[in-house]
Design a protein around this ligand. Structure first.
Ligand code: AMP
Length: 206
């Protein structure tokens, strides 16, 4: 099974990706997590993309596509993948179709007016890559899953979120039409509880 998770920043892609990957035994690949890991480890790639990510813009297509191609060639992707955050534009989608076209594209739909609140209340764990909301866990400092120290992502501030949403609308949203034309899109109402969104996805994948 090769699955892509599409949706605006803050639509719950990361949260659902972890649950879907676990249920179906798929390898979860988040390009955002890979870039953040590189920034944390101060690799050449990390240095190249840090400023771009802090501003909410997209990292270069050639670097991103190469990274995904390399990751998908690994043994743990032999039986499929769950891509979260890739592709982000039509160029990347065209490249992916050349080396590992998806079977299904899950499109998480959330009212854009609610996104800012969702993102600015988000707390992330760099240790296990978990993502939580203060409305559910309170304003705590440690990760409920692994006990790591929770942080606010650098690009989760209102100004950068605005830029990320604008990038989403201009560059990523057209992918819905692209994959609809291929008959692969499953629309999911992302404006439900985490468990209800997950149940809707499982039902739709049956
Ligand atoms: P995310 O964790 O998916 O919200 O991604 C965080 C940031 O990583 C984005 O705002 C981009 O700067 C970068 N990024 C993640 N995935 C991609 C991608 N497929 N293409 C370009 N940039 C990306």
């Amino acid at each position: 099974m090769k699955i892509i998770l599409l949706g605006a920043p803050g639509s719950g892609k990361g949260t659902q990706a972890v649950k879907i990957a676990e249920k179906y035994g798929l390898t979860h690949i988040s390009t955002g997590d890979i870039f953040r890991e590189n920034i944390k480890n101060q690799t050449e790639l990390g240095k190249k993309v840090k400023a771009i990510m802090d501003e909410g813009r997209l990292c270069p297509d050639d670097v991103t596509c190469e990274l995904v191609k390399d990751r998908l060639s690994k043994n743990d992707c032999k039986n499929g993948y769950l891509l979260d955050g890739f592709p982000r534009n039509l160029f990347q989608a065209g490249e992916l179709d050349k080396f590992a076209a998806p079977d299904k594209v899950i499109n998480l739909i959330v009212d854009l007016g609610k996104i800012e609140r969702r993102i600015t209340g988000r707390r992330s764990c760099p240790k296990c890559n978990g993502s939580f909301h203060i409305d559910f866990i309170g304003d705590v400092k440690t990760c409920p899953t692994c006990g790591g120290e929770l942080v606010i992502r650098k690009d989760d501030n209102p100004e950068t979120v605005k830029e990320r949403l604008s990038v989403y609308e201009k560059q990523t949203a057209p992918l819905v039409d692209y994959y609809t034309a291929q008959g692969k899109v499953i629309d999911i109402d992302g404006d439900q509880s985490i468990d209800d969104v997950f149940s809707s996805i499982v039902k739709a994948l049956k």
